[in-house]
Design a protein around this ligand. Structure first.
Ligand SMILES: [Zn+2]
Length: 156
């Protein structure tokens, strides 16, 4: 079951996939998640308090008791994700897990002297390396020459 809610801090829409869990199991997972540091897709990191910030118990109630949840859709494979980005003309760098070795992507650790810019984005003297996580959660980067780069949004 996928529940849908909204972050009270930044307003971003949150989807959480509880797979085949029951309502009570989902609540137990939420309880554990509540005490775990993680990053909101709205790009802020919190040490705890997700149940309240994301209103998770209410969203679980809506999904399981009121039937407003989504059934899981198959997650895009890393290969399909990267191939789609490449057809858009992007230069994609592997984040280190090498989940699509057949695409022969360069790896991020082959670039020396990268400077961390925050939220997983890096830059070198000549390029930006912008973090792009695949739907499966593997880390990739888009490499952009500095002279072509668009402004990077810096969250307040
Ligand atoms: Zn947020």
């Amino acid at each position: 079951m996928i529940i849908r809610t909204r972050c009270k801090k930044c307003g971003v829409t949150i989807k959480l996939d509880f797979g085949g869990l029951t309502r009570d199991e989902a609540l137990a997972v939420a309880e554990k998640m509540d005490r775990t540091p993680r990053e909101c897709p709205g790009q802020h990191v919190e040490l705890s308090g997700w149940n309240r910030m994301w209103d998770i118990p209410a969203a679980i109630h809506r999904a399981f008791d009121l039937g407003e949840g989504d059934e899981p859709t198959p997650v895009l494979s890393d290969r399909k994700y990267v191939e789609r980005l490449m057809t858009e003309g992007k230069t994609i760098i592997d984040g280190g897990r090498n989940t699509v070795p057949e695409l022969l992507l360069p790896a991020i650790h082959e670039y020396a002297g990268l400077i961390h810019m925050g939220f997983g984005n890096f830059r070198s003297e000549t390029h930006l390396f912008l973090r792009m996580d695949s739907p499966k959660g593997s880390r990739f980067y888009e490499r952009i020459a500095l002279e072509d780069s668009k402004p990077v949004r810096i969250p307040a």
